[in-house]
Write a protein that binds this ligand. Structure first.
Ligand SMILES: [Fe+2]
Ligand SMILES: [Fe+2]
Length: 399
């Protein structure tokens, strides 16, 4: 059967095999699972509620009119809420990752010498579960304390939900997406090329995360620059430690995405027309997810209008204490006019597009449209503002 044919056993590509071994060995040696579990177990909001957890620009609504007039204490809250919101988004992506790591491993194990790749993926999936637990523990505790209800977090869910939590969708599109994800699950479990190229999608989707998480983890590094003290928690808030530990694990995940999708690929036969079509459609889908950027927070692929409700809820909560009319006035200026926050988010989007293009540059079965990320790049500040403006009047009338 063609799906399980192989041009040569993986071990014969000595260079790639060696790189896989090194990456797996180092990840196993430096595995941050225990540190993350211990940090989550120690998390106590009261102990770090008055300090920021991220570099300042990684705050909710940073550089917007609301930010400009916010008190120092309110800015700290916006900073912490960015952490909660950002990692709530990461949780849904990681739930899906666990599933597709497993389906892809199922197909790849049908080839010679793929035990190492599968063991790598097993370790990564188990690390993702620790990551999710850490993000969830902090996010839920903060929301319970600040709002008494969920705002950005959600109950545990399966891998077929939208992986971007505030995406431009509706019931019909959500259903279609569910079906696509299920179909991709089936295909990637049976077809080695598709299983292998799932890691192209995984790598691509990690690039923006790398840009953001590198900076989030740098916050902790900066705090412990003079050496880690005995009482680490007094120097670096636990959520900042979690950002750092998470980023360490993820750097190995990114390496394996790259090695599998770019180098292991060479041990597989040239893809059929069907296989190329499936992957091109999948990259196109990823482009759609990576297209939006938002003033709500730097590095979030969120669709502005989908966040109106949640931002309104945050601003009118007891934490910020605005009336509904006050919140709407700030929101109108934030979403419908240019400001520093929007420009920063746009700049990060431009940087990310550049890194997507570099990542896909040598993947020759992709169409030019996909290699160039045409769809994801096809957005700018005026269009984000226009979409926000169009939806804002309707929201205001409802609020
Ligand atoms: Fe993770
Ligand atoms: Fe990961």
């Amino acid at each position: 059967m063609t799906a399980f044919s192989q041009t040569s056993p993986l071990r014969e590509d000595k260079r790639t095999y060696k790189r896989l071994q090194i990456n797996h060995r180092r990840n196993k040696e430096q595995d941050h699972t225990e540190l993350l579990d211990a940090a989550s177990a120690r998390f106590d909001y009261a102990a770090c509620r008055d300090v920021p957890w991220n570099p300042e620009p990684f705050s909710l609504l940073w550089g917007t009119p609301f930010w400009d007039q916010a008190s120092a204490a309110e800015r700290v809250k916006l900073n912490q809420l960015y952490w909660v919101a950002y990692y709530a988004d990461i949780i849904s992506a990681e739930i899906a990752t666990i599933y597709f790591n497993q389906t892809s491993a199922a197909a790849l194990f049908g080839l010679e010498d793929f035990r190492l790749v599968c063991d790598t993926l097993d370790l990564e999936s188990s690390q993702e579960r620790a990551h999710i637990n850490a993000f969830k523990t902090v996010g839920e505790a903060v929301e319970a304390e600040l709002f008494g209800e969920r705002v950005f977090t959600y109950e545990m869910r399966g891998p077929f939900a939208e992986t971007v939590i505030f995406t431009d969708t509706n019931r019909v599109r959500e259903k279609a997406k569910r079906m696509l994800l299920r179909t991709f699950g089936v295909l990637s479990a049976q077809n080695a090329f598709i299983g292998c190229q799932y890691f192209l999608i995984r790598g691509l989707r990690t690039l923006l995360g790398k840009i953001v998480q590198h900076q989030l983890s740098g916050f902790h590094q900066e705090l412990v620059r003079d050496g880690a003290p005995d009482d680490l928690d007094a120097i670096s808030p636990i959520p900042s430690q979690i950002s750092y530990f998470h980023f360490q694990d993820e750097s190995y995940h990114f390496n394996s995405s790259t090695i599998i999708s770019h180098d292991v690929l060479k041990s597989l036969p040239t893809p059929s027309r069907f296989e190329r079509w499936v992957m091109n459609e999948t990259v196109k889908g990823a482009q759609k997810d990576l297209r939006p950027f938002t003033v709500v927070g730097d590095g979030l692929n969120w669709h502005g209008p989908r966040t109106y409700e949640v931002v309104h809820k945050v601003l009118t909560s007891k934490v910020f204490g605005l009336s509904s009319a006050e919140a709407l006035a700030f929101m109108r200026k934030t979403y419908c006019e240019e400001n520093e926050g929007l420009h920063r988010a746009h700049q990060t989007h431009v940087t990310a597009i550049d890194s997507y293009r570099k990542y896909l540059d040598d993947v020759d079965y992709l169409t030019a449209h996909n290699r160039d990320m045409t769809l994801a790049a096809d957005i700018d500040i005026p269009r984000v503002l226009a979409a926000n403006q169009k939806a804002f009047a309707a929201f205001e009338a409802r609020a």
